[in-house]
Unconditional design. Structure first.
Length: 490
């Protein structure tokens, strides 16, 4: 794992590398892998913790309320990426924002593991949502600073980084699920905190070797505006606390509130970009072309993110988790999708590379993702009525395989598309719009999951699946018009 470089008039020296990449990648790889380990490990047992009875170690929250909280929490994570990006751009820079955000994530897991009842749940989820948004928004940026713009190793480096994300997502639920099922929920949450601590310790030693420009603040906030921003932040917190105290914001309507805030933010951001005098006619058309794909993305994520709500309930109530006489932990179901991602992401990359200019335009990929996601939901219907724990594990494995195909048709290309369609002066804001589509879809997934009834499943899976397919078909029909607006962008 070393390469030799020679400088004129100097002896040959060895430069440390990580799978042929700059060795600094190992530090970002590590902190992101452990953050994803803790994030998905915690999320694998979170819903169970909420709706399990006190005798089972849970909080006894009704399932419709619990899935709404999960949706609100997931949507808040993606909303927080906007805040994390702003803090990096205006206050701290990407590297410091990443480091401090990881500390906030660890504090959230500690709160979940040590604080009892609803206090620990509330404090933990708020801290993890804020911290994860900061990590998610900045880890990719820090990786980008390790390479020159046209460095041929850049794509391979990001592929290794992406492997770390999914490796953490695979391992996290395995450990936390095993601990939850043997010694209790708080041990599982504690393992998530330890995982994040390991990542932080490793990163704290290695962060000094990162490039200097990873620590730069691209657009520093003027000192005379910092007090105003602080006042606005405090006012926002006061408004939220007041809404909770007077009963305006409750656990029952939390997902609705997050969805409404995200919808308003999305409309406002589209309006700001489209009404700007700094963009020309071609750029304006490209932004308009993104609207149908934004809506398709919302529909896709509203179903896909039900892995953490409906699929978890389904695994708990319907799935036969017996493996050769041993009962598999429910949370292990959350490790199935990362396995498929690790296996299939390379396959999809090879397919798109081989097809080159002959690959389908992005609107068709978005449409196919919605259709395939709808088919995945329809695949649940044949197993309805199998009774408690009557659905074979292999059946859900197959359905999650279809989930993964849908994800790979939309998720990897979504961010790329937002940058390609972005006006020159609104690059970051267009990326924010894609994150807002995920936030809105995730919040909606919690709202929709509240209608799931394990005693009458066909209407829920059938209607959800058909609506997603219709959304995909509509985008297919609109694609010629959308492509015309895209002005040559594929």
């Amino acid at each position: 794992m070393t390469t030799e470089t020679a400088a004129p008039d100097s002896p040959t020296k060895k430069e440390r590398t990580f799978f042929g990449q700059p060795f600094s990648l190992v530090h970002v790889f590590g902190v992101e892998m452990w953050e994803r380990f803790s994030f998905y490990g915690m999320q694998g047992i979170l819903l169970l913790y909420m709706f399990y009875s006190a005798a089972e170690g849970g909080l006894g929250i009704p399932k419709p309320v619990a899935v709404g909280i999960i949706g609100a929490y997931g949507g808040s994570v993606y909303l927080a990426t906007i805040l994390g990006a702003w803090i990096a751009d205006r206050l701290l820079g990407s590297e410091r924002t990443l480091f401090y955000s990881a500390i906030v994530v660890m504090a959230g897991h500690i709160a979940l593991s040590l604080l009892p009842g609803l206090l620990g749940l509330g404090a933990g989820l708020v801290l993890i949502a804020l911290g994860s948004g900061g990590v998610k928004a900045n880890a990719t940026s820090v990786v980008g600073t390790l390479y020159a713009e046209k460095d041929p190793k850049r794509d391979a480096g990001f592929s290794i980084f992406y492997l770390g994300i999914n490796l953490g997502a695979f391992l996290g639920p395995l450990l936390t699920g095993l601990l939850q099922s043997t010694v209790g929920f708080h041990w599982g949450f504690g393992a998530a905190a330890v995982g994040m601590a390991i990542g932080l310790v490793q990163y704290s030693f290695g962060r000094r070797s990162l490039p200097a420009h990873a620590k730069e603040v691209p657009n520093p906030l003027p000192a005379n505006r910092r007090i105003l921003i602080a006042v606005v932040a405090v006012a926002a917190v006061v408004v939220i606390v007041a809404a909770v105290l007077v009963g305006l914001l409750t656990a029952d309507n939390l997902a609705d509130a997050v969805a409404l805030v995200t919808l308003v933010a999305s409309i406002a951001l589209f309006a700001v970009i489209l009404s700007s005098k700094k963009i020309d006619g071609t750029e304006r058309k490209r932004v308009i072309s993104f609207i149908p794909m934004f809506l398709t993305s919302v529909a896709f994520w509203s179903l896909y993110q039900q892995q953490f709500t409906v699929v978890t309930i389904y695994a708990n109530d319907r799935l036969n988790l017996s493996l050769f006489g041993w009962q598999m932990p429910v949370a292990w179901v959350q490790s199935i999708n990362p396995i498929f991602i690790i296996i299939l992401s390379g396959v999809f990359a090879a397919i798109w590379t081989k097809l080159g200019d002959r690959q389908p335009p992005t609107p068709y990929k978005f449409a196919a993702a919605a259709v395939v996601m709808g088919i995945a939901f329809l695949l649940f219907i044949p197993f309805s009525g199998t009774g408690a724990h009557g659905t074979p594990l292999l059946a859900l494995v197959g359905i999650l395989f279809v989930f993964t195909i849908a994800e790979l048709l939309l998720s990897p290309v979504g961010l790329s598309l937002s940058t390609k369609l972005a006006p020159r002066v609104f690059q970051t804001q267009m990326v924010a719009l894609f994150f807002l589509s995920i936030a809105l879809g995730t919040a909606l997934s919690g709202i929709l999951a509240g209608f799931y009834d394990e005693n009458d499943e066909p209407p829920y899976f059938g209607i959800s699946g058909i609506v997603a397919i219709v959304v995909g078909v509509v985008l297919i029909l609109l694609t010629p018009w959308v492509r015309k607006l895209m002005q040559g962008v594929r």
